[in-house]
Design a protein around this ligand. Structure first.
Ligand SMILES: Cc1cc2nc3c(=O)[nH]c(=O)nc-3n(C[C@H](O)[C@H](O)[C@H](O)COP(=O)(O)OP(=O)(O)OC[C@H]3O[C@@H](n4cnc5c(N)ncnc54)[C@H](O)[C@@H]3O)c2cc1C
Length: 491
């Protein structure tokens, strides 16, 4: 073992990707001590992901920071599924943010890094974690710098090869890679490159700083393992094979291969160790869901882990992270496998014709409003429901509301900025909740509930914007106890 044990931290987060940074921000917001350990010396300027989907913007809105992201990117009305011609229409969703925000991953990370730091999280770069060991009351984390750090909990947000997941002995079952694609960011392209590339089966997307990203799957090279280095010559050849031209690309800024290995962690928690983001699920980057799913993991876990550290978490609250988020991870990995199949088989000569016919049929189905809305709700995560279909567990839209205690508030999400539960009383009054450190109580003077909430005399909204409970005022105390623990916390 390495050098001296330093001070005890409440939570160590391994990895300063988007998942780790948002989790750190959420923990710090809840007043929990958090230290992020990241092996890279500096933030990366290379962006794998390019999109933030509607629920990701909503969760930024829940914390009052959506404008920071919106100011840096531009919006598109929807997104694709399996590259089908008919796009998913995000404008039809029940949200104020019915669009995809086109924002490079490097910018998203920059904004989340700043947010985490301003709330007091410590982010240590150039610090690779080399070992993680659980002890009965804490976890010891060893680093390549020779330190041994101690924390109450450790969360692995350290990507697909997660050392935390491995140390926890959590299985990562799924399927090995069978297919790889290539991406290249280039400075020199003609003005019509994007349009012309798309017509030739190559995706081309304008990036910041005059760069264009080309994404290509070349049938002749699609079985090359993704860990094999990609050269400029190979990339140009792949463009020529697929599109009949290399679009005069020159000066690559970044070349990378990516694969379709698909795996899901067998558990998201093992004692004092947890995993989130790519450490918990990997898949082909189809329909831009990986980063977005990691952000939702972080929003679900942050307040639960904070409650555990603070000592008021009701029995089972921390385990509900696995119960709520693993099914979402399973659904995302499944839909990316479907998309990969729909794309890959078009490149295999004997399946090309029937698969093109199948794609045509699916295109037709996506033109039916309700079908499109359903899939859009799933890909955008607007449809995520942590329950059995009853109101409890549902994501609450940003409904219009006025409350007596806070003049000027016009919508629900404005009441969730500080990350506490929100108890909304809609008519009858009751006493104080006795949990002001974790619950804000307001009285609605006007509000527009969905029909299934119209009868509720009180509702309890979770810090992640999902409904915990709705019902008569007499049942409020029990709901508070079930979700927010006893009023008095032992020191
Ligand atoms: C080509 C491509 C395009 C994509 N496009 C999209 C898209 O449009 N939309 C979308 O939502 N997703 C997309 N994704 C997926 C997205 O990039 C990932 O899902 C996302 O980066 C996961 O974030 P994360 O924070 O969980 O993990 P990562 O971003 O992988 O971050 C993990 C961090 O942990 C650090 N780390 C690892 N091991 C250690 C260690 N031992 N000690 C310390 N630090 C460590 C790493 O250096 C890294 O910074 C795409 C992926 C690819 C490959």
């Amino acid at each position: 073992m390495g050098g001296t044990q330093t001070v005890h931290t409440d939570v160590i987060v391994v990895g300063a990707g988007p998942t780790g940074l948002l989790l750190a921000a959420e923990l710090a917001l809840a007043g929990v001590g958090v230290r992020v350990l990241e092996r890279n010396d500096a933030p990366t300027s290379q962006s794998r992901a390019l999109t933030l989907h509607p629920r990701s913007i909503e969760v930024m809105d829940l914390r009052g920071i959506a404008d920071r992201f919106l100011a840096r990117g531009h919006t598109l009305p929807g997104w694709h599924f399996a590259g089908l011609k008919t796009r998913l229409d995000f404008t039809a969703l029940d949200t104020r943010h019915g669009y995809t925000l086109f924002l490079e991953q490097a910018r998203t990370e920059e904004l989340l890094d700043a947010r985490a730091r301003e709330l007091g999280a410590e982010i240590v770069r150039g610090c690779q974690v080399t070992a993680v060991r659980q002890e009965p009351d804490s976890v010891v984390v060893e680093t390549a710098r020779g330190e041994a750090l101690r924390a109450s909990y450790v969360v692995g947000c350290d990507g697909g090869r997660s050392i935390v997941r491995q140390a926890a002995g959590i299985p990562f079952d799924g399927t090995d890679e069978t297919l790889s694609g290539m991406l290249g960011d280039f400075a020199v392209t003609g003005p019509d490159a994007a349009r012309s590339a798309e017509a030739h089966g190559v995706l081309a997307v304008p990036l910041e700083g005059g760069l264009t990203r080309f994404v290509v799957v070349d049938p002749e090279r699609m079985r090359v393992p993704s860990d094999q280095p990609l050269t400029y010559e190979e990339f140009r050849q792949a463009l020529t094979n697929v599109a009949g031209t290399d679009f005069d690309v020159a000066e690559p800024h970044w070349l990378s291969r990516f694969g379709n290995a698909t795996r899901l962690a067998g558990r998201y928690r093992q004692g004092r160790l947890l995993v989130a983001g790519d450490a918990a699920h990997i898949h082909f980057p189809a329909a831009g869901q990986g980063l977005n799913t990691g952000l939702q993991d972080a929003m679900n876990l942050g307040w639960k882990l904070a409650a555990q550290v603070k000592g008021w978490a009701p029995e089972g609250l921390l385990d509900s992270y696995d119960a709520e988020r693993r099914p979402v991870g399973a659904a995302v990995t499944a839909n990316t496998e479907v998309q990969t199949l729909l794309m890959e088989l078009t490149l295999v000569p004997q399946y090309h014709r029937p698969v093109m016919a199948l794609r045509g049929m699916l295109d037709g189905l996506l033109r039916i409003g309700e079908v499109n809305r359903n899939l859009a709700a799933s890909v955008s995560a607007i449809g995520t429901h942590y329950g059995d279909g009853s109101p409890a567990g549902a994501r609450l839209p940003d409904l219009a509301i006025s409350v007596a205690e806070r003049p000027g508030v016009e919508r629900l999400y404005q009441l969730l900025h500080d990350g506490r539960f929100l108890l909304v009383r809609t008519g009858k009054q009751a006493g104080a909740s006795g949990r002001e450190d974790r619950v804000e109580t307001v009285t609605a003077t006007a509000w527009q509930p969905s029909p299934d909430l119209e009868e509720a005399e009180a509702l309890l909204v979770r810090p992640d914007g999902h409904l915990a409970w709705a019902g008569p005022i007499e049942a409020e105390q029990q709901a508070l106890l079930d979700w927010t623990g006893a009023a008095a916390v032992a020191p």
